[in-house]
Write a protein that binds this ligand. Sequence first.
Ligand code: HEC
Length: 122
Amino acid sequence: MTITPSKSVLMPALAAALLLGAVVVSQPAHAQSAVAEGQKLAFDRSKGNCLTCHEIKGGDLAGNIGPALTDIKSKYPNRADLIAIVTDETKRNPLTVMPPFGRNHILTDKEIDAVVDFLQTL
Ligand code: HEC
């Protein structure tokens, strides 16, 4: 009988293939969830609350104190600029009414990261 040796060669190969598949699909799944999380934080009235001042695709009852957030990725191709704006816009414009979400600890660094992931889809 030759079944036993061929099986012992196949099983590790199959396990490796499954593992590889899992690694390959987990990347886009993670990126997707960060965007969804960022949108949730941006729209949440007790978190980002961005809709109070900004029109944002997919959001309701938006205010117009700030500019509509459209074409953000082409306007700010550099991710660090968006992190800076959300963290503390008073550094760019001392007179802004936009809250310094990072400096005032309204959002954590991780939450700001997710919000910026979302902004880059606009
Ligand atoms: C109280 C009002 C207010 C809130 C809340 C607010 N912003 Fe702003 N935002 C502004 C104003 C006003 C500006 C215009 C620039 C300035 O004042 O310096 C601005 C500018 C921006 C810009 C630059 C836009 C451009 O076209 O140059 C981005 C990006 C931005 N805000 C993102 C956000 C995000 C993300 C949130 C939520 C986490 C948020 N803002 C919450 C008022 C607000």
